[in-house]
Design a protein around this ligand. Sequence first.
Ligand SMILES: *Cc1c(COP(=O)(O)O)cnc(C)c1O
Length: 375
Amino acid sequence: MRRAVDDSRSQMSPRMKPWIAAIHAYVPGKSRADDGRELLKLSANENPLGTSPLALAARAAAKAPSLYPDPDSAELRAAIGRVHGIDPARVVCGTGSDELLNLAAQAFAGPGDEVLFPRYSFAVYDIAARRCGAQPVEARDADYGADVDALLACVNERTRVVFIANPNNPTGSFLPAAELARLHAGLPGDVLLVIDQAYAEYVDPADDDGGLALAAAHENVLVTRTFSKIYGLAGERIGWGTGTPHLVDALNRIRGPFNVTATGQSTAAAALEDQAFVTASREHNREVRARFVAALEALGNHGLRPLPSQANFVLVLFEGALSAETALRGLAERGFAVRHLPGQGLPQGLRITIGTAEHMDVIADSLARMAEGSA
Ligand SMILES: *Cc1c(COP(=O)(O)O)cnc(C)c1O
């Protein structure tokens, strides 16, 4: 016998949870112009030097794809432990650090809770908060950088997780060690501080933000890292996180059981052995970025303002006659895809990944012509 409720429900379609319906899907960096032309991609912060040859060799020697990968990424965790001086039991690997950021929100926040981060943060934090039904909260920025006092002023009894990317994407801004320690010291012990160090290897080692030491010493700090940026393995989707056993245990309970591919594990472990590639990539980036920023600073009278960056990209603000939109189109005509982020409250900026010196010279030159032409 059929009940009335079955008749009415047979006409319905599955309904998204309201907090899922409120999510704006992540918009990835483009590699094509609107007319379909292939562009040089400086929109996703990938390494212009590619990948370490040691990593490429390991990838070519990968095991048979018919076999499941090691569910615990044991060799990769051991390699991470050796390079960073961390007990591998305190390391968890993920399908990109993206998976770990989402798991951190899911494990520690839910409906009725708040997840806090600075204005102009990485777009994934908002999605991670909403995905688990928590309320995302944005703290005021300080000229596009994180403001520790503004963050602490937003903490209340509902706050469960605080996300901070250091250096931050998309602004490139960086909180020095003393400020990061002050942020941590101001948080209640039951608030998880997630320090997203996706670009940490680009920071001058003398300016280390102390995040790994905080994660080693405190129950409420998780640091995440990625192989997608300086290691040049974005296509393999490998990230890792570290914190106390309690935090690692929480993420291990809910991560995908085989969340890192066999190829990804062996390739990343080999990439870690080539720290010379990491150093060369950091130095290349520092030199090319300095030259690019100097060229843009010379256009300050046209309203171009490159924000100070510790990462492998620069957020350029267009505060004069030349708009970011016009510059975006002009660069596409010259063959370059860069990142415009109006959906993140930055219609006035372009985030430009640091590519080769030659490409950055062409971009700086194009921007100079456009700025002078529109004065
Ligand atoms: C690129 C990026 C990541 C890394 O994402 P993966 O999932 O590891 O590729 C994490 N955080 C920030 C701020 C990033 O820009």
